[in-house]
Design a protein around this ligand. Sequence first.
Ligand SMILES: Cc1ncc(COP(=O)(O)O)c(C=O)c1O
Length: 487
Amino acid sequence: MMITMEGVVLKLPPSLRIIKPNPNRTNRTFRTATFASASAPAPLSTDPQLANTHENLIFVQELNGKRIVYLDNAATSQKPAAVLNALQEYYETYNSNVHRGIHYLREIVFTRNATEAINLVAYSWGLSNLKKGDEVVLTVAEHHSAIVPWQFVAQKTGAVLKFVSLTEDEVPDVEKLREILSSQTKLIVVHHVSNVLGLSDGKNEPGQTPSLLFLQASVLPIDQIVSWAHDVGAKVLVDACQSVPHMVVDVKSLDADFLVASSHKMCGPTGVGFLYGKSELLSAMPPFLGGGEMISDVYLDHSTFAEPPSSWNFYHLRFVPPRINKQIKVAFGDQKFVENQDGKRFEAGTPAIGEAIGLGAAVDYLSGIGMQKIHDYEVELANYLYDRLCSVPNVRVYGPPPSRTVNRAALCSFNVEDVHPTDLATFLDQQHSIAIRSGHHCAQPLHRYLGVNASARASLYFYNTKEDVDEFIRALNDTISFFASFK
Ligand SMILES: Cc1ncc(COP(=O)(O)O)c(C=O)c1O
């Protein structure tokens, strides 16, 4: 199947042919528009600052005059104009290679995505720190990106992977995790927010610490897990792909050793993600990929390598610590910048410069709204989505209900009795212009654990509204009736 849109041809997988295309669905038009001008509903929040952010989004697409409701944000977010403008400005006005005016971020390594960041830790830290009999503890709810690299490392080193299952409430069993920790445990790999179960954070109530609340609610208490891990001498890698775009994440207060996320899920471009690593760990780790940029000196028979990014080489533009040598001052416009390789040990070759600039613009954009504001808004939206979905007959939503102590993330994975999730998603897309996702969401072990091959998933972001949820639920009811008519 092919869909043409303004000269771009998208080839869709044959599985999308399950339902005959709607004959009216001929022209998919994409246009720059504001929510306000595209008959979009008012945002759930009446906060003027949040409402204003919607006006910069250009993802309003129309299909025969009908707005597409985009509910696949856990897969990738839409991009605000501020990000697209930053990319365009870079390529049009100051395109050049790196080391000119880019400052190093403390303990941050830019990667292609979160997957590459986890592979970096696996191949660099894992291969040099794990040996036969060492244990890596994970949960069955991890994304494939957080499982497969450790399978490679286990095969090479003889380390053992131990998986923690779920409680009856369908949250990873934190008590079990605590019980299996021992002096053999060298690493814990955990997600911060699940991309399937929709677990978010615990609510803090007066007189109780968040950790205790987390425990009562059996929700992943990252700070507590980190403290248990450190007690037995293990490190913790947090997969924060689904938390960084949606809430305040403070690596220092979590005390995580490694943390990864992807730009494209947080309004930024694809092709760039990052690894946060504690300075002392990064400096002891060997390079992951070899090549330009990551070296100090190259000889015919060996090379020496650049420092990793760390607190000592954090500097901004004109401030250059005198002990950094091999600097080349480059005149660039009316600014003076410094070229050197320090901080680049894990960034071989020309990096994704434009994409990193786009990520910077996305970070500015989200910070401008305020991560706490985004989180609070999404909690409200998440509860609404959960309640509305549970009100649809024969729907099974995975993960715990929102409660006094548990916040749900603004996503729901679900199944409808006797309807395949791909049929659901296809019908919703073709007939109602509602974009959700179906499949295993890169979490096959979790789906097997839940006793299903696949699920449908609706995932929201701060630019979605209560009315988007209403449209989705209306369309879902219609879809279920359609399939029931064949029985
Ligand atoms: C929880 C989680 N971890 C890891 C990933 C991998 O992200 P990426 O494909 O951008 O590397 C995803 C993406 O869906 C995710 O949701």
